[in-house]
Ligand binder design. Sequence first.
Ligand SMILES: NC(=O)CC[C@H](N)C(=O)O
Length: 337
Amino acid sequence: KEAEQQQKLANVVILATGGTIAGAGASAANSATYQAAKVGVDKLIAGVPELAQLANVRGEQVMQIASESISNEDLLKLGKRVAELAESNDVDGIVITHGTDTLEETAYFLNLVEKTDKPIVVVGSMRPGTAMSADGMLNLYNAVAVASDKQSRGKGVLVTMNDEIQSGRDVSKSVNIKTEAFKSAWGPMGMVVEGKSYWFRLPAKRHTSNSEFDIKQISSLPQVDIAYGYGNVTDTAYKALAQNGAKALIHAGTGNGSVSSRVVPALQELRKNGVQIIRSSHVNQGGFVLRNAEQPDDKNDWVVAHDLNPQKARILAMVAMTKTQDSKELQRIFWEY
Ligand SMILES: NC(=O)CC[C@H](N)C(=O)O
């Protein structure tokens, strides 16, 4: 009977990378003071025995880090492992446990480069497992539920936090400390309640199987950096980043991705020297940057990031620049993904 049940269940692999979902604090009252990336994947899985009712689950520890320290090499390593598993006949879905600080970057990266329709779900938590009302157990349970559900196929990389199913492209850590940390300007795609998914929307942008990018063809990512716009800003950071080897600069601009008059000449000069300039907005949610609105992008040969926040724009620029150095192609890619 047990063997029959196992055969019926989906096979889900949990790739663990660290973060608060693997965190541990000194006391149950420590919801914000703790060490991330302490608990191994086997202990995480053992902590939620109910997972066995959802899927045949096995774990792999890919890395054990706090996600603010993730590198491009880490992203590639994770992405390649996900692709190997997605190709395997005995894997139906993949869950990635991740620190929440850069979870949105990893989810978007995988959304761009994984050529599969199999569900890929990225999940974290805001409180360590040792805390009162820890959210990791339920978030992980929901992630496995979504990853083992055939309905989740072909919907791009997903994020399950706080009972919501979010698009890995759109979602961003918008609040810290609180458990309702992950939000999208365009709203969640669905809800997951008691192990069952309820869907309401689909992503409109290209992703996974429909993407022109493939992790198997990417061996390194170009250096792309971000500089921040604010009152009294100077061009120092932009110039220094370019001097240090940045192939593209993401301008985390004020409002509509506007650029200070003190910075414009340096960005024009950098573009002439081959550095791509990509204007995004650092407004907290729902940045929306249009070509030639705040700046003459055609004249300057700059690119706009449209609704991507600066950290997501960095991910797309890196992936795109593994294929093209042409600013018009880059702009096309920024509209399509
Ligand atoms: N809530 C979290 O996961 C944050 C912990 C840590 N800063 C990380 O991103 O890994």
